[in-house]
Design a protein around this ligand. Structure first.
Ligand code: HEC
Length: 162
């Protein structure tokens, strides 16, 4: 009798908070949808430019961190993390440049030569993915040479205003 009561209490304690958590999660998701959807629907040209610049800046920050590690100025165990963030960020660049919105530091050639520009972005995705795999395997020499092969500067030389 006492044992079954204790069990009931234990169950009650375990399940009651979960029941309370569910409606609040649903509420949070609904709130997020309400606050995010109109913002996306209203994205203007400046938002489009800001968005692609923030993605590029994220990649720039990862490259700085990666080169600090390769120069032995930062903990080597973090190399896999930052190469992965770089690779994931690179996958978002194509969609960010897709809207034909001139401005920022982009030359109009980004959109007039979209086939070449997007091919370079695809190469960036493949290259950063390759880099992340090399870093995960702990091969620092391979990682360093794959960083050099990424072609960040090659694209900036052609498509970014000085
Ligand atoms: C396919 C071409 C291309 C590749 C590849 C590329 N970029 Fe860029 N990047 C651009 C363009 C175009 C801009 C200008 C964006 C704008 O302001 O509209 C830019 C801007 C930037 C900026 C400046 C952002 C700002 O607002 O100040 C940084 C930092 C940057 N890129 C870092 C990188 C890094 C790091 C890599 C490689 C890992 C890279 N980019 C690869 C095309 C490219």
């Amino acid at each position: 009798m006492y044992a079954s009561l204790a069990l009931q209490r234990a169950h009650g304690a375990a399940f009651r908070p979960a029941k309370r958590l569910l409606p609040s999660l649903v509420g949070a998701a609904a709130l997020l949808a309400i606050t995010l959807l109109p913002a996306i629907a209203r994205a203007d040209d400046q938002d489009v430019i800001d968005y692609r610049q923030h993605i590029m800046k994220t990649m720039g920050a990862q490259m700085t961190l990666i080169s600090q590690i390769l120069q032995k100025k930062a903990p080597p165990e973090d190399l896999a993390t930052f190469t992965q963030i770089l690779a994931i960020s690179a996958t978002t660049a194509r969609g960010a440049f897709m809207p034909n919105v001139a401005g920022g530091k982009s030359k109009p050639d980004v959109w007039t030569n979209w086939a070449d520009f997007s091919r370079r972005l695809d190469a960036l995705v493949a290259g950063t993915d390759d880099l992340a795999k090399a870093a995960k395997s702990g091969d620092v020499t391979a990682t360093a040479s794959k960083v050099a092969a990424l072609g960040c500067m090659g694209c900036h030389d052609v498509y970014m205003q000085k």
